[in-house]
Design a protein around this ligand. Sequence first.
Ligand SMILES: [Zn+2]
Length: 899
Amino acid sequence: LENDIFVSDSIFKIWRNAGVYKTSSDKNKKKFFVIFAYPGPSGFIHVGTLRSYTYPDVIAKFKRMTGHNVYFPAGIHASGLPAVQFSEKVRSGKYEDYLKDNNCTPDIIKMFQTPEGVVEFFTKNYAEIWKKMGFFINEETGIPTTIDPGYKKFIQWQFRNLKKNKFLVQKEYISSYCPKDGPVAIDTAETDLSSGGKAIISEYTVIKFPIADINTFKGNYPNISVIVATTRPETIFGVTNIWLALNYIYVVIRIDDEYYIIAQDSLPNLVDPELIESFEASSLEKIFCINPVTNDKIPLIQHKFVKPFFGTGLVMSVPAHSPADFIAYNESIKEGYDIKTPPIVVKSSIIGIPAETSINKFPVRKISNVKNLENATNYINSTEDSEGIIINSLECYNNKPVPIVRKTINKDLIYQNIAFSQPFFSDLVICRCGNRVQLKHIPDQWFIKYSDIEITEKTKDYVKNKLKIYPATLQNQMPDILDWFEDRPCVRTGNWLGTIFSEYKGAQKQKELIIEPIADSTIYPAYYIISKYLQNGLISIESLNDQFFDYVFLGKGNFSRFKDNVDEIRKDFENWYPVDCNFGGKEHNTVHFPVFLKMHTMIFPEKFWPKNIFVNWWVMQNVQENKKIGKSKGGAGSITQILEKYSADILRLYYCHAASPDVDMEWSERKIIQYQSDIEKIKQIIYLIKVKSNANNQNSMVQENDIIEWLRFKMNESFLIMYLNLENYEIRKMAQECYYTIPKIIWRFKHRDGTITSEIINLIYEWIKYLSLITPFLAEELNKEIGFEKSIFSEAIEIQKPNHQIIPSIVEEEEFIDEFVSDLMKLKKAVKKVEIRKIHVFTSNELNFRSKKSEEDLLFSAISYIVMKTGIQPIINPKGINMIKNKININKKPIIQLI
Ligand SMILES: [Zn+2]
């Protein structure tokens, strides 16, 4: 086969002429509006993200071929940090290798000097790759970005609308921010982060343990304490010592005229610390501090289990109630440290010393056994929280439940200036720029009120009764996610791209607030419709104001008298909305999809709420090690290289067939090569059919045989399976049928001496339509090969839903032959020491088929096929069953018999 239609970009011209990049003008067609979660411009597209775009394209093509008017626009989610950080990394030289790997010219690198340049470059670059992948993304819409002036007006309208309806609220907030980039989002999608997306923020009590008088260390400072962060301040009565990280650097800091000692690595955890001096942990070794509640003098001791970056990098040791402390305590005692016996300060159903009992229970033999240690710790904490009573403390606390004492003691300590309260991360969080993410208190943060009960209930009802989510497991989880999804901060200051929160300038101390990227990407499909009209010049940016959006999206006001065709735009919006399917990766399950749903409930009437959501899992570098492929996180090659090496078709088939959408797949070039050869086989089949068909055309004497009826049935059966699977978004099952079952059917037909007639060419043509959904380039090539002039994607070419068929008798007859072949193969295997060339077959004399054919006749008609498949020549003895009965006694030799 010649790849002549690929030598230039003419295939894209053919497709454009066929109308694939625009919507149909036929108003009688049913509409289908499909989108994928638009990507952020954080780097070159990689093999992972392409999986998420391939599924919607297959469905869009299927809908288009089944008589739908399909709208499949795409955009770029440019807001937030990705472009800012990309540009920064280019400017600082950190991306030199990455840019080289992606063949960036000096002109491109020049564009990357500004975040806007990054957005501009990647908008074109992604659109180009989408086209090369054979995606039919709508050209009338352009590729709008979230930093376009029109989009910003749209978002400001959305926020004024939210404010008006009381879905914006102000309250206290602890913000996570990067010292360089400003606020960053902590979520599992890790858009802003290089690690730590799973970290949670909780409030800790930070207790001051003053350095004891006898220490010379104190001499330099009027007051100085070591500070420890704890979530269990009530255990302060059980403290035996303070732990320091082993061989680590500690520092003295000043906050509000008080001096504290903390680990150097914990500096980012504290609010505005002033650094005074630093020193080795060992210089703290012989120092004592004072338990501020019991006045006990307790030592500072180094131990390797202390994480210097967590909390303050110091830990108060409560050996009786903390498994880690218990193990470290015993190790230190063995090393000769003089530490007091650990007091038990909580009484519960755990017998003995609680820490000792629980490390025996789980068991924890070493402090490095993190998992068991965590289980043992959780066991004590949850038991003591639910049933523990405080003992051996002060009269005012004794015999009271743990949670109550915790609350009171926290208040008392803060009141006496012995402690303060502060949030900490549960884990190390690193920004994409490499800096540690820190916490900051904001008294008047703006939130979107996603917790609104009415909105949550309405959305849950809708999800349960009307929305369809693929896969079904997520359908069941989504109501819980909607319940769990809290108010979310929606504006922030910092070095961001996005829409200015202009209405409320000055309401907060910060100068300029920018709407954060999860908040500005909730109802964007509505903007695609506006973008179409901006593209073709039928409206101007200036005319986009609140009245315009109110009218177009909500039908409020009367705008027919205006010169811009606002009525037409309203009708167009009503025609396309709601979104029929939103496709996205699993990282959106708890981030994008819940806000996408809730925001539609907040802004639009129910008739405009989305119909379907389709979620796909990831392409991983290594599934077992949970190693991701990331645009900027490395892994796999550049997509341009991969496309040149293999082709879009093979990549598309790989995504559709190598795994179900709801499992992570591993990037494997070995698998890709397998698909390459599978596609070659399909080309060969069609080539053979074409040769045979030409030969038959010249020879009118060729007889048509019954086997064509078999082929017709089997092909139609496959078409129906594919059609039904596509209707249910079961793309992998469809691919299995299309690329593996049908070729087998055709090969069998050919070997059963099927005659190639024009009907068969039409069946092949029908198959090519299905092939075009996943492998459009191949389909176009094959379509031409079998003699069709028009593009397979011409608007008139449709897939009809196949009817259920009555099974013709030829199908059971051919099954009989196949069973016979498979029996012979089994036999061959069973006696593999002897080479079987011929066998006697004794057929029954009954007519077992609907067609009234005998086994004898059937086997006779298939002899050449049987020989071809098995290498065995069957000698058929008609009506042989009676003969066997007689012969067994005569021959005295075993007879190979098949009945
Ligand atoms: Zn940063």
